[in-house]
Structure formats: structure tokens, C-alpha cells
Design a protein around this ligand. Structure first.
Ligand code: GLA
Length: 403
């Protein structure tokens, strides 16, 4: 399988895609947050041991060692292919998110028939290369076989708990962080206060008849691995309306004694995004909760401005820039990333920052909402650090100054 087709396969498998209706949108690097376990029936947990992770010299990992882990998403086909991305990940990351190997349609495409081969391969590879593994994701409305939704709510609960117990137990001690639920916050953000929040109307919600499946999932994960950190993960938390619902769900979990340790902010950014709006998401969580950890889980920045209809119907999308990124975009990306990483480093609750992919051409935005060259990450197609990377690691680097 060629590298390109492996990437595309990876993309297609992982992305029966999230319908992002507008501007779509590890670890424990030294932050002080403590896991919460507010009165749940599971035993109290002790803080996990410090991760044995690398911090390669002259890298983002090294610069922010003591602040947060830095990593990206990678898949096992890239490892098989000896992809350039694998070398870059090895040289730069101390955290890794398997792109799709830990999703339900890969682990258990048929009820009760588990296949951990690919997942074990990438999880073990990451650990052998000094990376902490973020498990993504136990419950999602995509990449989930239909059998999960069959039967009464009680049957669905038993099946979900069995699945989570099996998966989390299998990776106990190897996967340190789980995105327990992914994208459960309402996406109805266009009606302002008339929007229907906080819960998203998904296959899970409809099958169960409520959002109780979120509680079940967290309790099962905690019982299966009391040392793993458990996260609620979502996109567009930089949007204040959606963020309020996201925070409402987290608060509800805490009020009910559901064991949640942190929240993940995907951060799929746009050309007009700002570091300020991202940091506001972290600050709102910090101001609302005592001890909840923040992770940036899927950072990328599209070079394209897209009207809503581009996402919905693939019409009126900005034309392809071709293989060379506009200089203006690269400079804006560098400034945003510098401001963002420096701001994140000032916030002790931020313990992990993950970009979604490794090299620019690995990322889903090359195929979604339409196929175009995109430049969303910190390394270019040849594996070279981009201006954004230089701006992050070197405070003296002059953006637009020719290097
Ligand atoms: C969402 C999911 C990820 C991935 C991306 C697109 O953000 O959380 O797992 O599928 O979409 O690649």
C-alpha cells in the first residue's frame, strides 16, 4: 500500500466524518491538577506515577517540559510503511494519540469479537519510543458499529460497560489517558440562547433516551483502570456558546459523582482564529472547576476560510492553493501558534498538547470538507519544521524575517 493510499485509507476509516457546520470547529507534564472522584462508588484513586517520557532536545517537547507533553496523531499503517511521519514523531513527540486504532469499529467491528492487533502495535510502539499514549476514544457517534445501539437502554448499558471494561483493562498501565466520550456536546450553536443544549442528539442519545450513557462510560472506565485519567473531549470549545454547554456537561458529571479528570479541547482552528479565544476556553474551565485538567487534543489550523455551505454541501469552498502554502497564511499561523503555546505554558492546568497528525499532508483537512492541499500542522510535507514550529521553539525567531 502506498503511503498516500495508507493515509487516505486512514482518513476514510477514521472519518465517516464529523459534520462541522461552520468554522469547524498527554499526559502530565507538570501541571498541578488532581483527579476528581467525587463520591463515586469506585475506590478513591491515587495520583498516577510520573510518566516515563522523552523530551528530545531542541524540540517543542523539550521547551515545554515541565509544562505539558507535546505530541500528535499517528496510525499503524504509517508505522508499517516506514512513513516519514514516523521519524518526525519519534524525534519530536513525547505523547501519541493512535489516530483510529482505538475506536470501536476497529477494536470490535462485531459484537464481542475483539481484535487488538493493530492497537497493540501502535500503543507498544509509542511506549517503546518514549511517548505517553492518549486513548481516543471509547464512546463516539462515529466509527461505532450499529450493534452498540440495539436493544433496551439496559441492554445498551450492559454492552457499553462490557466493551469499556474489556478495552480499558486490556490497555491498563499502557494507555494513561482516555477520551471517554468524544463530541457529546450539542452543535446547535446558531440559535444563540434558543439553541438546544447541552446534550448532542446522536445515535447514543437516541438509543438510550438520555445522556446517561456518558455517566455509564466514565464509571466503567474508572473501574477498569483507576489510574487512567478520564476525559470529556469535544470540538469548538473556543466558541463561547458551545463551551457553556460543554462546561455544563462537565459540571453535571461532577455533581453526580461521575469520575472525570479532565476536558479535551480539539481546537480545529481557522485562518481567522485567535490564540485569545483558545486560551479563553482554558480559562473558563479553570475558573469553573477546581483541579480539572485541560488537554489540547487535535490542534490544527486550516489555510482556508469556508462558508458553512462548504462544510454542509461542499459548495462555495475556497479554491485549492496548490502545493505551496501562501506566505501570509504561514506567517499568521506562526504568530497564532507562538501566542498559543506561550499562553498554554502559563496555564498549569494544561498538561498535554496534541496536533492532529504529524506532517501537513497527514491531516484530515486535506480531504475535508473537500480535497485540497492544506497546511494545518507544524511540519511540512517533507518533514521540515515550519515557521510556526520555529516561532514556538525560538522566542528570537522573527516571523516573516526570512528565517
Ligand atoms: C474528530 C475526531 C477525530 C478525527 C477527526 C478528523 O475530531 O475526534 O478522531 O476523526 O475528527 O480526522
Amino acid at each position: 500500500m502506498s503511503i498516500f493510499s495508507a493515509k487516505k485509507t486512514a482518513f476514510l476509516m477514521s472519518a465517516a466524518m464529523v459534520l462541522m457546520l461552520t468554522a469547524c470547529g498527554g499526559g502530565s507534564g507538570g501541571g498541578s491538577a488532581l483527579p476528581l472522584n467525587n463520591g463515586s462508588s469506585t475506590p478513591p484513586i491515587s495520583p498516577p506515577p510520573p510518566p516515563v517520557v522523552s523530551a528530545p532536545a531542541n524540540t517543542i517537547s523539550a521547551k515545554f517540559h515541565g509544562n505539558f507533553l507535546f505530541g500528535g496523531a499517528l496510525n499503524s499503517f504509517q508505522i508499517d510503511a516506514g512513513d516519514l511521519a514516523v521519524d518526525v514523531a519519534t524525534a519530536h513527540f513525547n505523547s501519541l494519540t493512535p489516530e483510529f486504532q482505538l475506536k470501536a469499529d476497529v477494536l470490535a467491528p462485531t459484537e464481542g469479537a475483539y481484535d487488538f492487533t493493530r492497537a497493540d502495535q501502535i500503543v507498544n510502539w509509542a511506549i517503546e519510543n518514549g511517548m505517553e499514549v492518549r486513548g481516543h476514544a471509547l464512546v463516539w457517534h462515529e466509527a461505532t458499529p450499529d450493534y452498540f445501539y440495539e436493544g433496551t437502554p439496559e441492554q445498551i448499558r450492559a454492552r457499553l460497560e462490557d466493551y469499556i471494561t474489556t478495552v480499558v483493562t486490556h490497555f491498563r498501565g499502557r494507555v494513561k489517558v482516555w477520551d471517554v466520550v468524544n463530541e457529546v456536546t450539542s452543535v446547535d450553536i446558531y440559535d444563540g440562547e434558543n439553541g438546544v443544549g447541552p446534550d448532542r442528539d446522536t445515535g447514543w442519545y437516541q438509543a438510550v433516551g438520555s445522556a446517561d450513557y456518558i455517566d455509564w462510560a466514565f464509571h466503567a472506565a474508572r473501574a477498569a483502570d483507576p489510574d487512567a485519567l478520564l476525559f470529556l473531549n469535544d470540538y469548538e470549545t473556543e466558541n463561547p456558546i458551545k463551551r457553556a454547554w460543554f462546561i455544563e456537561i462537565a459540571q453535571r458529571l461532577i455533581d453526580r459523582g461521575v469520575p472525570i479528570d479532565g476536558v479535551g479541547h480539539q481546537m480545529h482552528l481557522q485562518p481567522n482564529s485567535t490564540a485569545t479565544e483558545v486560551l479563553a476556553a482554558i480559562d473558563d474551565v479553570d475558573n469553573q472547576f477546581l483541579g480539572l485538567i485541560n488537554h489540547i487534543t487535535e490542534l490544527d489550523m486550516s489555510a482556508y476560510d469556508n462558508p458553512g455551505e462548504c462544510w454542509v454541501s461542499q459548495t462555495n469552498c475556497q479554491p485549492d492553493f496548490g502545493p505551496v502554502a501562501p506566505t501570509e497564511f504561514l506567517e499568521a499561523q506562526a504568530q497564532l501558534m507562538r501566542d498559543l503555546f506561550n499562553g498554554l505554558a502559563q496555564r498549569p492546568s494544561v498538561e498535554s498538547v496534541t496536533q492532529w497528525g504529524v506532517l501537513d499532508d497527514d491531516n484530515w483537512l486535506n480531504f475535508t470538507p473537500v480535497e485540497r492541499n492544506n497546511f494545518p500542522l507544524l511540519f511540512d510535507r517533507n518533514g521540515n519544521p515550519k515557521s510556526a514550529y520555529e516561532a514556538i521553539v525560538d522566542d528570537d525567531y522573527v516571523i516573516g524575517g526570512g528565517g
